[in-house]
Design a protein around this ligand. Sequence first.
Ligand SMILES: Cc1cc2nc3c(=O)[nH]c(=O)nc-3n(C[C@H](O)[C@H](O)[C@H](O)COP(=O)(O)O)c2cc1C
Length: 183
Amino acid sequence: MERLNIPVLLGTAREGRASEGPAKYIHRLLLEKDVESALIDPRDYHEKKTFEKERVQPWADIMKRADGLVIVTPEYNHGYPGPLKEMLDALYEEFARKPVAVCGVSAGMLGGARVVEQVKLVAIELHMCPIRESVYFSDVRNLFNEKGDITDPGFDARCAQMFEELFWFTRALKAGREGVVRE
Ligand SMILES: Cc1cc2nc3c(=O)[nH]c(=O)nc-3n(C[C@H](O)[C@H](O)[C@H](O)COP(=O)(O)O)c2cc1C
């Protein structure tokens, strides 16, 4: 079967961010499943002013080649971080008709449930297909040990369920984009 290409986009550039743990964990799981995947850090793109075209080009190139996307984002005041929105606003056609899984992160118990819903609405406007399954990383500050390993073994199964759905949509939409499915 053809190898899938699904980058992981981290939602925050904040100093001291805890969301890096979940993003790296998801990224590692994708690589273990033989998915081609880049871990995208908004710090590599975020400028004080607006995004410059040349600065965004590597992100555009990655997303153009990608078959789908996973977003791992914290919730800030019940919404999405500015750098995540800027990363999404920087591109358009590169996203079209590709599936996206959205994972939430929070220090509290809800695991970013509210931001996940909001990001899915933005994704629809970008012509993406958000999948239903999400993984919610609650109590994130106690979820990873000093080596960066997750301490709750239940997450592997939750991610596997999300990936099963994401891979199905990734293959189906890839076939559709490549014209295998006729109107
Ligand atoms: C500006 C700001 C707003 C936040 N708002 C929320 C919130 O609305 N809901 C929530 O569960 N956590 C909120 N948090 C706490 C985050 O859940 C916490 O920082 C967690 O570690 C994930 O974000 P991080 O990757 O920035 O560390 C907020 C944090 C910041 C810095």
